[in-house]
Design a binder for this molecule. Structure first.
Ligand code: FMN
Length: 169
């Protein structure tokens, strides 16, 4: 599957089979995060792979009881380890870098036939406590990872001409 096919086929998956993910496949998906670009190549991130069933259940609870989070055999937490660097453009690098890593993972997972679902609805304090994340680090996003239990239709998107301008705003 090429990158365009992965972009086309990726969905936010909210129902998972319990079936385990082969170790080599999991590592390939995580490599996509490791190889992602970051501002100044700082790579100030840590990716936590949660497989323990009790911990996944607790993460689902911290994620506003989104039960599908515990259904998948893996839950990933994407953390920014250093959060002081503001780029010249005024944007904070930490959450941007970490989000790029998760975006890569969603596409790598799609290429492997696995589902993901970006999670922004979670209590960061509870997740930090569950995963032993130090105070200075931030949990930017989480995602379950597993085989989808059902296929999903694509969600609508704005039209090309609504969102793309050539040359000027
Ligand atoms: C930053 C961000 C936070 C999100 N948080 C959640 C979430 O907490 N729970 C959830 O079910 N989906 C969440 N989503 C998924 C979006 O709802 C989804 O990407 C959007 O509806 C488009 O659907 P698609 O991903 O299937 O194309 C989030 C997506 C992003 C990018």
């Amino acid at each position: 599957m090429d990158v365009y096919e992965a972009i086309q086929s990726r969905r936010s998956v909210r129902a998972y089979q319990g079936k385990p993910i082969p170790e080599d496949m999991l590592r390939r998906v995580l490599e996509a995060a490791r190889l992602a670009p970051s501002a100044r190549n700082r790579q100030e991130w840590r990716f936590i792979v949660v497989q323990d069933a009790g911990r996944r259940k607790a993460l689902a609870k911290a994620a506003r009881n989104q039960e599908f989070v515990a259904q998948a055999p893996v839950c990933l937490a994407f953390c920014a380890t250093e959060n002081d660097y503001v780029m010249t453009c005024g944007q904070q690098a930490g959450p941007i870098d970490t989000s790029i890593a998760l975006a890569y993972v969603t596409l790598a997972a799609a290429a492997e036939g696995l589902g993901t679902c970006w999670l922004g609805a979670f209590e960061e304090g509870a997740v930090k406590q569950l995963l032993g994340v130090p105070a200075a680090a931030r949990v930017v996003a989480m995602s379950p990872l597993g085989y989808p239990a059902e296929s999903q239709a694509a969600r609508p998107r704005k039209l090309f001409d609504e969102v793309v301008r050539f040359e000027r705003w």
